[in-house]
Design a protein around this ligand. Structure first.
Ligand code: SF4
Length: 261
């Protein structure tokens, strides 16, 4: 009995994917069109239990539309931080209905953690890393613990830190060996624009107001033409990512994390 329990425990903690397996998927799908790759991945179950993580930001519609064209029931995880623009929440609802997504999951921060670590709701103004941890990293890590892989909408052209992004990589935010799939890794801004035009998908309403990358409202500013699209995020801070894509971000997190943390 004890041996069986130990084996189950080992299975639960064993890495789901290895770097070699991620590399093999990169080789298998090199040059394969994105839709074809998604269809094979989902129909053959190559990534196991997979969820899409979406910010419902400026370009999110493209990946969600591509995924839904294969399977509308893929879980879509949205980090409902409590700090989004009202336009983003309305756009989320519009896209879900328009694309026909049937499995949207809104992830909210733990109420006890918020009460203890961000009582005023202003942590973003003096400790954005801590704020992102409470409102994004912890809720997402807990949600992803039930999945083997996740889709992200990241693209290589978005910033210097994302240049050369691979389609398949190991999620380094914790030790679970989860696969991270970036179907749009090699897409250009022109391809994204062309996809919007071809499908008639609605644009995020803030894009035309000068926001090419949209996150939480306190941490998103307008960007001048020609500037790095993500330069309007956390302006004035030495911070380029919210933490959900940062190595080791959730390494200390147990599945049912201590709210007092
Ligand atoms: S983006 Fe800003 S408001 Fe949103 S969770 Fe991070 S620090 Fe907080």
């Amino acid at each position: 009995m004890a041996e069986a329990a130990r084996r189950i425990d080992m299975l639960d903690t064993a890495p789901r994917f290895t770097a070699a397996q991620a590399d093999a998927l990169n080789v298998r799908f090199a040059g394969v069109a994105t839709h074809e790759m998604l269809a094979a991945l989902l129909r053959e179950g190559l990534a196991g239990r997979i969820a899409a993580v979406s910010s419902f930001g400026a370009e999110s519609a493209v990946l969600l539309h591509l995924i839904a064209s294969v399977d509308r029931n893929v879980p879509v995880l949205f980090l409902d931080t409590g700090k989004h623009f009202a336009e983003t929440l309305a756009y989320r609802d519009e896209l879900v209905a328009r694309i026909g997504l049937t499995n949207l999951i809104n992830l909210t921060p733990d109420a006890e953690v918020l009460a203890k670590r961000d009582e005023t709701g202003l942590r973003w103004s003096y400790d954005p890393d801590g704020c992102c941890e409470i409102r994004k990293v912890l809720p997402l890590a807990q949600a992803l613990s039930g999945f083997d892989a996740s889709f992200t909408g990241r693209k290589g052209f978005q910033s210097k830190t994302r240049a050369g992004l691979a389609r398949f990589e190991i999620d380094t935010t914790d030790a679970a060996g989860r696969l991270k799939v970036n179907p749009l890794a090699d897409w250009s801004a022109d391809q994204i624009e062309a996809y919007f035009k071809a499908t008639g998908l609605p644009a995020h309403p803030l894009v035309e107001q000068g926001y090419p990358s949209i996150g939480c409202s306190p941490c998103t500013t307008k960007v001048a033409p020609g500037e790095d699209p993500r330069s309007g995020r956390w302006k004035g801070w030495d911070k380029t990512e919210c933490g959900i894509h940062v190595e080791g971000a959730a390494s200390e997190l147990p599945p049912g994390y201590d709210p007092a943390f």
